[in-house]
Design a protein around this ligand. Structure first.
Ligand code: R5P
Length: 325
């Protein structure tokens, strides 16, 4: 598969267009309000047989177009819809097309960790590039190195500033930041650094896509207030087991901060039963299936500022706090 066009797209005009797919209209509306910029009129529907029907109802020739579409469940529907929106804009001579993917589906399949499996995150990247995307704006990808799967620029934001604000407002004493698995150490360390907190690690083993086992905690959590951070809640197994094991080891208050709330399968029952005091999740994914106790913090302002800066060719590095070592 080859890239649809060079990533140095021809000069685009100062017209900026926000186009929403159907994956997350609420977030698109919030971004539009934050930017004080209306969403462009577009029809994104379905033909009677379920195929996707798209028509952009405004002139986009030469425009700097931002397509807001997290590839959250239904992942395949939202992914194809994003590709068709990009194709539609390219054929309408848009000046530049940026895929704004607050959640990047298939990111967990980012390497061949056993025989005869695909690298699905790479396939997503291939299709976006081949269809003609000029750049990608995303947030807390499961693995930051997925950026390298693209031959076009990828801007990778972190939800940490908005989640940290919610945590800092709690004025937690004697905190320890906990990661539910070793893969999350870097993220947890970056929270711990800002909060002046210690770090602890849950020793998680994955049994299947929805089942995990947890036996040990590395680090001290007894009589401490715990903040568990993770990139996503999917079936809720990792977070709920992490909360259970830190409580078993004597943790006092337990707070949870997570970037993406997928909430599939048994997630609601697991989260409802887990011994957490507060649970914060961002709105990168529609939270229609989220447990009622989840508190939502919005990334709309972060994304809006990033879109504005990209359009004005300003740096966005001040907006994303690179995870420090
Ligand atoms: C794992 O590497 C991720 O960071 C999450 O911990 C995991 O994907 C969450 O999945 P679940 O909620 O199904 O345990």
């Amino acid at each position: 598969m080859t890239a649809g066009r060079p990533h140095t797209a021809p000069g685009y005009s100062d017209k900026i267009r926000l186009i929403a797919g159907t994956a997350h209209p609420e977030l698109a509306r919030r971004i539009s309000e934050e930017m004080d910029l209306p969403l462009s009129d577009a029809h994104v529907g379905r033909f009677p047989d379920g195929e996707i029907d798209i028509k952009i109802n405004v002139d986009v020739r030469g425009s700097d177009c931002f397509v807001i579409q997290p590839t959250c469940p239904p992942v395949n529907e939202n992914w194809i819809e994003l590709l068709l929106l990009i194709d539609c804009l390219r054929r309408a001579s848009a000046g530049r097309i940026t895929a704004v993917m607050p959640y990047y589906g298939y990111a967990r399949k980012d390497r061949k960790d056993e025989g005869r499996v695909p690298i699905s995150a790479k396939v997503v990247a291939n299709t976006l590039t081949a269809t003609g995307v000029d750049r990608v704006l995303t947030l807390d990808m499961h693995a930051a190195q997925i950026q390298g799967f693209f031959e076009v620029p990828v801007d990778h934001l972190y939800a940490k500033p908005v989640l940290l604000k919610a945590i800092q407002d709690l004025e937690i004493e004697n905190p320890v930041v906990v990661t539910p698995d070793v893969g999350g150490i870097k993220m947890a360390r970056s929270y711990a650094k800002v909060l002046g907190a210690d770090l602890a690690i849950v020793d998680k083993r994955r049994v299947s896509g929805s089942e995990i086992t947890v036996e040990h905690v590395i680090g001290a959590v007894a009589d401490r207030n715990v903040i568990i951070v993770d990139d996503m809640i999917s079936t809720g197994g990792s977070i709920s087991e992490a909360a259970r094991i830190v409580r078993k080891h004597g943790a006092k208050q337990i707070m949870i901060a997570v970037s993406h709330g997928v909430f599939c399968g048994p997630a609601v029952e697991r989260i409802d039963a887990c011994p957490a005091d507060r649970i914060f999740v961002t709105d990168t994914i529609p939270l229609r299936n989220a447990p009622a106790r989840v508190e939502v913090v919005s990334v709309a302002s972060l994304l809006g500022m990033s879109i504005r800066n990209l359009h004005e060719s300003k740096s966005i590095s001040s907006l994303f706090d690179e995870t420090p070592d």
